[in-house]
Ligand binder design. Structure first.
Ligand code: UDP
Ligand code: MG
Length: 317
């Protein structure tokens, strides 16, 4: 059995050594000698790459590094890691030790004991975050659940162990705008959901803020659902129906009571409402067009600047 562990890193200089030591401790000699750690340096602006180079030299187990030319985002880092991975099993884990590496051993054991499962995903039983963020995430999952056919398990993280066929299936999707949570769900397979407890960040700060999360949520909805387009058409039809109704009312009123010049507020409201609906519709359309444009340009998801591998001779697969 060969294990690939993918670790996306963006400004994680304080965590690289800690992560390596913790992982070696958790996985143990036997498993580590059958493991490749793949660190994906996502254009860090701190000393992450220096730390990774030093780690490659000092590590007694196999360490590989894929370093991007700039920050392409966690999704791109995950893709690069999956493309580089050669393992029969592939694990994805954050570099900041919020997800304890010892859980990887538990996940592997679950797969070992249950051949019917193809993947194990860790989920937070209790979310350790603010109420507003928690509410926002819950709402997002409700919305995406009602808009798409795929089932995304709420609270499930990217912290996973996947069997080879799952990795191959994920890599077979050619799309450039990647939304992992959706892709994991879309490819199917049997996933075992394992509860885990999130730790505090070992060092550094979270790379996410509310706005970034919001954009990520929109991306997810647009990548996996066409329903917003249908909804905007329906809204258009409803508004059109209402305006016909109003027209009839105006005609009848004029015939019955004449045509005194009044109704400026009504007019103003109508114009505002109609242009609002139109702009919303165009906006939604634009989002899909923009995604289509990005896909059609066919640019690579990331650009690699440097690759390191301390152990082709140490532990070839
Ligand atoms: N990350 C990345 N590229 C980014 C942002 C984050 O590779 O543009 C990595 C980061 O280094 C970490 C993981 O993704 O290993 C999760 O990020 P973070 O801890 O900031 O997210 P949180 O745990 O707060 O959700
Ligand atoms: Mg984190």
């Amino acid at each position: 059995m060969y294990l690939s562990v993918i670790v996306p890193c963006f400004n994680e200089e304080g965590n690289i050594d800690l992560f390596y030591d913790e992982t070696v401790k958790a996985l143990g000699k036997e498993l580590m000698s059958d493991t490749e750690l793949i660190f994906v340096n996502d254009g860090s602006r701190d000393a992450t790459i220096t730390k990774l180079r030093a780690l490659c030299d000092r590590a007694e187990y196999r360490v590989r590094v894929v370093s991007f030319s700039r920050n392409f985002g966690k999704e791109a880092a995950l893709l690069a890691g999956l493309e580089a991975s050669t393992g029969d099993f592939t694990s994805i884990i954050d570099a900041d030790l919020q997800q304890k590496p010892s859980y990887i051993v538990d996940m592997l054991q679950i797969l070992d004991e249950h051949p019917e499962y193809d993947a194990v995903a860790a989920y937070q039983q209790e979310r350790k975050e603010g109420r507003i963020l928690s509410l926002f995430k819950k709402t997002f999952y409700k919305v995406i659940d009602s808009l798409t056919d795929i089932k995304i398990m709420q609270a499930a993280s990217d912290f996973r162990v996947l069997r080879r066929p799952v990795v191959d299936a994920i890599l077979s999707l050619p799309e450039k705008c990647r939304f992992s949570k959706g892709i994991f769900a879309w490819v199917g397979f049997e996933t075992y959901y394992m509860p885990y407890v999130v730790e505090e960040r070992a060092s550094g700060t979270s790379k996410w803020n509310f706005w970034k999360l919001m954009m990520y949520a929109f991306d997810g909805i647009i990548a996996f659902s066409n329903k917003p387009l249908i909804m905007s058409s329906v809204a258009g039809a409803v508004v059109f129906g209402l305006s016909i109704l109003y027209l009839i009312i105006i005609v009848i009123k004029t015939i019955l009571w004449g045509d005194p010049v009044a109704g400026f507020p009504t007019l103003a409201c109508l114009i505002l409402m109609l242009s609002g609906v139109q702009l919303l519709g165009i906006g939604i359309l634009g989002q899909y067009l923009a995604k289509n444009y990005t896909e059609s340009k066919g640019r690579p998801v990331y650009v690699v600047k440097e690759e390191l591998d301390n152990g082709a001779d140490r532990k070839p697969h």
